[in-house]
Design a protein around this ligand. Structure first.
Ligand code: NAD
Length: 322
C-alpha cells in the first residue's frame, strides 16, 4: 500500500485531500499545527507540530513516502494578505516550511512532491483590466506580484524546481486559483470572498444590505475544492512538472458572485460598496496548458459548488448564533 504525507492536513484543502486519498485506499499521515477545525480527520496518523522547526519536520518525514503533498502555508484571504500587516510572517513562515520540507524529502530520498503555489504569483500589471486578465503560465515573468504572499510563492516555486534540477526530486507545482468549498475558513479574518459573502448573506434577512469591498466590478474565477483535488492528484502522478494553473475559467465579477449567492439563498440582498483590500482588478485561470499536458481541465459550474458551500456555511452560522 502506498504511504502518503499531507502537509497542511489541518487546513481547508489538506483536509479534503486526506479524505480523498483515504477513499482511494492509501495510508495517509497528516501534519499540521492544528487538527481540522470543522471535521474529524480521517488520516491514519496525524502529527501536530510546526514545520518551521527542522527537527519536527525531519521526524514527520521519517519514512520514504511514495507521495508528499505540501499545502502548509501562512495564508488567508484579502483581509490577511493585502493589508501589509502580516507580510513578514507570511514570507518567513511559508518560506521556512518549504525549505525544511524539501530538505527532508531530499534526505529521505522521497521522489514525488507536490507544491501548491498560487495565482497570486502573477504580475499585477497583467491584471488591471477586469475583462481581460492575463494568467497564462509563461506570463509570470518579469515578476511583479501584488503581495508578499505572491513573492514567497514565486520563490518557493523556484526552490521546488531547483531541487528537481539539482537533486532529481520529481517536484510538481500548481498555481491554485481561488479554491472554495465547505469546511474552509468562513469567519475570523482569513476567509476568502465566496465564504465571506456566503456568511454575510446567511446572516442577512431578505431586503438587507451587505458590505462589499471595492466597487464589485473586480473579476475572479473560483474553483470547487473537489476539482482542485482532481487536478492536484493528476499532476503529481504525471510526468509534467508545471507550474500549471489549477483553476476555473468561469470568470465573474464580485457583484455577480453576490447575486448568485443571494439567489441560492432565496433572499433579496442589496450591496453597499465600501473601501477594503481587493487585490488585482481582474483574474481568471487560463487552462490551455493543463488541457494540453494532462488532457484534463476543471469543468464544474460555479453555481453547483456555491450551492453546497452556502448550505454548509448557513448551517455553521446558525449553529454559531445559538
Ligand atoms: P489553509 O490555511 O486552510 O491551510 C494551510 C494549513 O497550513 C493550515 O491548516 C495551517 O495550520 C497549516 N500551517 C501553517 N503554518 C504551518 C506550520 N508552520 N507548520 C505546520 N502547518 C502549518 O489554506 P488552504 O486554503 O487549504 O491552502 C492550502 C495551500 O494552497 C496553501 O499553500 C495556499 O497558499 C495554497 N493556495 C490556496 C488557495 C485557495 O484559494 N484556498 C489559492 C491559492 C493557493
Amino acid at each position: 500500500m502506498k504511504n502518503i504525507l499531507v502537509c497542511g492536513a489541518g487546513g481547508f484543502i489538506g483536509g479534503h485531500l486526506v479524505k480523498r486519498l483515504k477513499n482511494e485506499g492509501f495510508w495517509v499521515r497528516g501534519v499540521d499545527l492544528k487538527f481540522p477545525e470543522y471535521d474529524e480527520t480521517v488520516a491514519d496518523d496525524f502529527m501536530i507540530g510546526d514545520l518551521r522547526d527542522q527537527g519536527f519536520c525531519r521526524a514527520a518525514f521519517d519514512t520514504r513516502f511514495d507521495e508528499v503533498y505540501q499545502l502548509a502555508a501562512d495564508m488567508g484571504g484579502a483581509g490577511f494578505i493585502f493589508t501589509g500587516e502580516n507580510d513578514a510572517d507570511i514570507m518567513h513562515n511559508s518560506a521556512t516550511i518549504n525549505l525544511n520540507v524539501l530538505d527532508a524529502c531530499h534526505k529521505r530520498n522521497i521522489r514525488r512532491v507536490f507544491y501548491s503555489s498560487s495565482a497570486c504569483a502573477y504580475p499585477a500589471y497583467n491584471q488591471q483590466d477586469p475583462a481581460n486578465p492575463k494568467c497564462s503560465e509563461g506570463s509570470a515573468y518579469p515578476a511583479a506580484p501584488d503581495s508578499e504572499y505572491g513573492w514567497e510563492k514565486l520563490f518557493s516555486e523556484r526552490l521546488y524546481l531547483a531541487y528537481r534540477r539539482n537533486h532529481g526530486l520529481k517536484t510538481h507545482v500548481a498555481r491554485y486559483h481561488n479554491i472554495f468549498g465547505p469546511h474552509g475558513a468562513w469567519t475570523g479574518g482569513r476567509e476568502k470572498a465566496p465564504a465571506a459573502i456566503c456568511r454575510k448573506v446567511a446572516l442577512a434577512r431578505s431586503g438587507d444590505t451587505i458590505d462589499i469591498w471595492g466597487d464589485g466590478q473586480q473579476t475572479r474565477s473560483f474553483l470547487y475544492v473537489d476539482e482542485c483535488l482532481e487536478g492536484t492528484i493528476r499532476l503529481l502522478r504525471s510526468d509534467f512538472t508545471g507550474p500549471v494553473n489549477i483553476g476555473s475559467e468561469e470568470m465573474v465579477t464580485i457583484n455577480q458572485l453576490v447575486d448568485m449567492i443571494a439567489e441560492i439563498a432565496g433572499k433579496q440582498i442589496e450591496k453597499q460598496h465600501i473601501d477594503g483590500p481587493q487585490g488585482v482588478r481582474g483574474r481568471n485561470s487560463d487552462n490551455r496548458l493543463i488541457r494540453e499536458k494532462l488532457d484534463w481541465a476543471p469543468s464544474s459550474r460555479l453555481r453547483e459548488g456555491l450551492e453546497v458551500t452556502y448550505a454548509w456555511i448557513e448551517r455553521e452560522a446558525r449553529r454559531n448564533a445559538r
